[in-house]
Design a protein around this ligand. Sequence first.
Ligand SMILES: Cc1ncc(COP(=O)(O)O)c(C=O)c1O
Length: 425
Amino acid sequence: MTAHAVEAALRAPHPALSLDERRRAEASTLLASVAARAAIALHGTPVLLLEPDRVRRQYARLRRALPFVGFHYAVKALAHDAVLGVLDDEGCGFDVATGEELGMLTRRGVAADRIIHTHPIKKPAEIAEALAAGVRTFVVDNDVEIDKFRGAPRDTRLLVRLAYRSPHAKSDLSSKFGVGPFEAARLVEHAVAAGVRVAGFSYHVGSQLDDPARFAAAAAETLELMAILERRLTVRFDTLDIGGGLPASYDSEAAEIEEVAALLRPVLEPHARRLRIIAEPGRVLVADAVSLVTSVVGTAERDDGRWYYVDDGLYGSYSNVLTEDVHPLVFAVRDLHAGTRDTGDHRWATLGGPTCDSSDVIARDVLLPELCVGDLLVSPTMGAYTTVTATRFNGRPLTPVATMDRAATTAEVAVTSDVRRVPIV
Ligand SMILES: Cc1ncc(COP(=O)(O)O)c(C=O)c1O
């Protein structure tokens, strides 16, 4: 299938191809590109292929779908300079959780008024540092945290984090942070007494939510709470932060940006003139922009069948399997180039990671052709919570990230200068 046909299928309202077929076709065109071949030649495997242009396109989709929302990319999803650069160029804002993430942005010269700090619990020194850098929007969810802002500059604006239970989300963030409506009201009163301004509310409906209606329901509930509190406490709010959580399609079709936006628009749009409506998307911007290429380092026949051991695993880029409970697809590269896919000689196999830990198993029951040491595998949708949560367990280097342009016709591949990553040439 040509790249043009893949793009056309992706744009169709009901894609003619299954997710698996689309991902295979995309991976096939990616690996056939000059840039991907150059990146693999330069680094060997494992290597993460990052396409900043796909981040740019996702951001454009978000802007088109919700033009009245101010987006702040959740840097935690993929804190890579090429991603920050492309979003900075496009005028996107940023959401940070730590001083280190803030530092990455200030070093790039991103203006502080484009940055929000959304970690509900922060070290006092970190708050002081963020305030000194000019950041003014922070999230809180308890008295102690509000008190840390006593005496802060007058234009400091706090958002109280609400908790919405999302038992069907892959990560239900409401158990660790956020408060219910009664506690939220009390916190607003506490802040008023402390002389600190509450500008509005934030929440995170949970990541990888399987129910797009939940986004709209949470927005509606928050707007209602804001109206009630404005009447009762004679305060005025001007900000609603609808958080992150827009899903990525890993091994099954997730709601598209446009589908969630169609439900959110009628709820939010009537308030868009009066309120500053912001969002903190993470994975939806970067997940599809990165593919991981690995190779087989060993094979074994065990009681439970065929095992292939590859050179990246749960302690590395596949950390998303552990921390996010996602199941990335894994394709054998030789299958991608095979034209029509004949799986007659394929076997169900287990994919083990490279460490000596027996829990380092990437996937079970993957239908793969007969593979030998050195054969390449590829996983799409590996941009979010992969390299950022990877460890150096067993002394393994972090997988290098090659920044690439799929359309390049010469081997112009920019490679990250992140010193933590040791290229394997
Ligand atoms: C406060 C906050 N905002 C935004 C995000 C981004 O979430 P996602 O990547 O699911 O969009 C997270 C993820 O944990 C978060 O904790």
